[in-house]
Ligand binder design. Structure first.
Ligand code: SF4
Ligand code: SF4
Ligand code: SF4
Length: 315
């Protein structure tokens, strides 16, 4: 089982003193959820899990070790590894301090969809082994249970890794005719409908910043939304300021977002906020042929300029 392989790699790394700690996932305190786990002791590696509920993008935790000396092993799905790649590009962590345990990823199951499709299901009735999902003993197709960002996934295999647990999967679900891409649904809205949609959603936002805090690439020491000198955004969760915060965050993500969907999944009031940065990522892919996190040496559009640019505004 892949889980056993992860535990063995983690055990060996700690036992040989090759790393100071491992960051992975463990069983959560609620059904169909996992929680991040930091193992510093070999005995703790037994708690590591790997299943379609390992939703946290663990690259998020690297910011706490910036400038330190610890050597860190990190479990990475495709999108987590892409986020690490961006952090390396942005010099937030050194490659030699990382050991990446790569996990080709079959996608995350949305717990709400699972419960809608299988009411009263209990964790004991869901089995996951090497990409095969069995519910109440019957093999099921994961596709209709996927998180939105996973339906758009193009890179399920970690582009950078030191260990690879399992076989590479190659393609994600992005080109699959079986999945409905939620971004297409928003594309079909008129400008007015979109305006109404976001105005409604921003009324519900409580500005808890969970979306920002879950994002592996939001690492500013002082977020513009909380700055008081100057103050850009009211600290009160007013709809207009909520929108201003989200638009500012989306622009900060342009050319950087790795489309992991962690921001959307973290929202306590279920605002699908990941569609904003993911839509910008899609535009950048189409307009510039650029995808973030695939190559650490890459220069992202919107994060660079050329003096001989043919557009006048640059001069
Ligand atoms: S976006 Fe891709 S790599 Fe990331 S969790 Fe979803 S399927 Fe896995
Ligand atoms: S997580 Fe949701 S409620 Fe919290 S700030 Fe983000 S969009 Fe608003
Ligand atoms: S903005 Fe959202 S989707 Fe993009 S990298 Fe951050 S958490 Fe992932």
């Amino acid at each position: 089982m892949y889980e056993d392989k992860i535990r063995k790699i983690a055990w060996d790394l700690l036992e040989k003193g090759n790393v100071d700690f491992i960051i992975g996932w463990e069983k959560g305190s609620l059904p169909f959820l996992t929680a991040p786990l930091i193992c510093r002791d070999v005995a703790e590696t037994e708690r590591l899990v790997w299943n379609p509920f390992c939703a946290n993008n663990l690259a998020r935790y690297l910011k706490y070790y910036k400038g330190g000396k610890e050597k860190i092993a990190l479990c990475v799905k495709g999108c987590d590894a892409r986020a690490v790649s961006v952090l390396l590009r942005e010099e937030q962590i050194e490659r030699e301090r990382l050991v990446l345990i790569g996990l080709p990823c079959h996608g995350l199951i949305n717990p709400k969809k699972l419960l809608e499709n299988f009411p009263d299901i209990t964790p004991g009735e869901v089995e996951w082994e090497e990409g095969i999902l069995r519910i109440r003993g019957k093999e099921e197709n994961i596709v209709h249970l996927l998180e939105g960002s996973c339906t758009r996934c193009r890179y399920p295999d970690p582009p950078i890794h030191d260990f690879l647990v399992g076989e590479k999967l190659g393609e994600g679900y992005a080109e699959s005719s079986e999945v409905e891409d939620m971004l297409e649904y928003y594309d079909k809205m008129s400008t007015e409908e979109r305006e109404e949609f976001f105005a409604r959603e921003m009324e519900r936002c409580i500005r808890c910043y969970a979306c920002r805090n879950a994002c592996p690439l939001c690492y500013c020491q002082e977020c513009f939304a909380e700055s008081t000198r100057p103050s850009w955004v009211s600290p009160a969760p007013l709809a207009f300021d909520n929108l201003l915060f989200q638009l500012g965050r989306t622009m900060h993500m342009a050319g950087r977002c790795v489309e992991c969907g962690a921001c959307g999944r973290s929202c306590p009031v279920e605002i699908p906020i990941d569609i904003l940065p993911e839509k910008v990522a899609e535009s950048i892919r189409k307009e510039f042929g650029f995808e973030s996190g695939l190559d650490t040496g890459e220069t992202a559009p919107l994060l660079t300029y050329r003096e001989d640019d043919q557009e006048d505004f640059i001069k």
